[in-house]
Design a protein around this ligand. Structure first.
Ligand SMILES: [Zn+2]
Length: 200
């Protein structure tokens, strides 16, 4: 049974990435968390403002009511519509700000707890500032990981996450294993949500 404290996790847009002649065609997975706080994770490109606003409207959310914008890292396909959320605190990678105030917080030592059910942890690798959002609800623990995982297929084929760019393959591998050990569900940076198969 869900309670008021429970977060509803909605993937508003499923990300993708494919090779094209000029390079890549890509956009990120964008997720809405509805609970005691309203949180949006990864805001796609700067050209997605209208459809993002419209998608939030379908879930009865006004952009001015968003409390936190969390971008798993600072690449342009994950931060493009941050400007829409002017009343929110913004967490971009391991940098926390509101307007022109930048807060000191050391992700290396602690998770950043938004409340008992949502926290943000450092998971460097894809970039050295990458973070993951951990959400507890009735379905278990969901990890919104950005490009730590490109999509479900990269579990079988490591070239997928490596080719998407990795500032430290060693750290990324370590953090991928850490997330696989704790999460029941993963929402990757450029693919659909998937269930983690636990090896018993
Ligand atoms: Zn990305």
């Amino acid at each position: 049974m869900s309670t008021k404290q429970d977060y509803e996790i909605t993937v508003l847009f499923t990300g993708y990435s494919t090779q094209i002649e000029q390079g890549m065609l890509a956009n990120c997975t964008c997720t809405l968390l509805k609970g005691p706080k309203l949180i949006i994770v990864d805001t796609m490109t700067a050209w997605d403002g209208d459809r993002l606003t419209e998608a939030l409207g379908k879930h009865d959310v006004n952009r001015n009511d968003i409390d936190f914008v969390i971008c798993t890292h600072g690449h342009s396909d994950h931060i493009g519509c941050n400007y829409l959320f002017r009343n929110a605190h913004h967490i971009v990678g391991n940098c926390i700000s509101h307007k022109n105030t930048y807060y000191t917080f050391n992700f290396a030592d602690n998770p950043y707890k938004i409340d008992d059910n949502v926290s943000v942890i450092a998971t460097p690798g894809h970039t050295l500032q990458d973070v993951t959002v951990l959400v507890k609800n009735v379905n278990g623990l969901t990890a919104i990981v950005g490009d730590l995982f490109e999509n479900e297929k990269d579990l079988e084929d490591e070239r997928i996450w490596k080719d998407a760019g990795s500032d430290s393959e060693e750290l990324q591998l370590k953090n991928r294993e850490k997330i696989l050990a704790i999460a029941d569900w993963i929402i990757p940076g450029h693919g659909a949500k998937f269930k983690v198969n636990k090896i018993k």
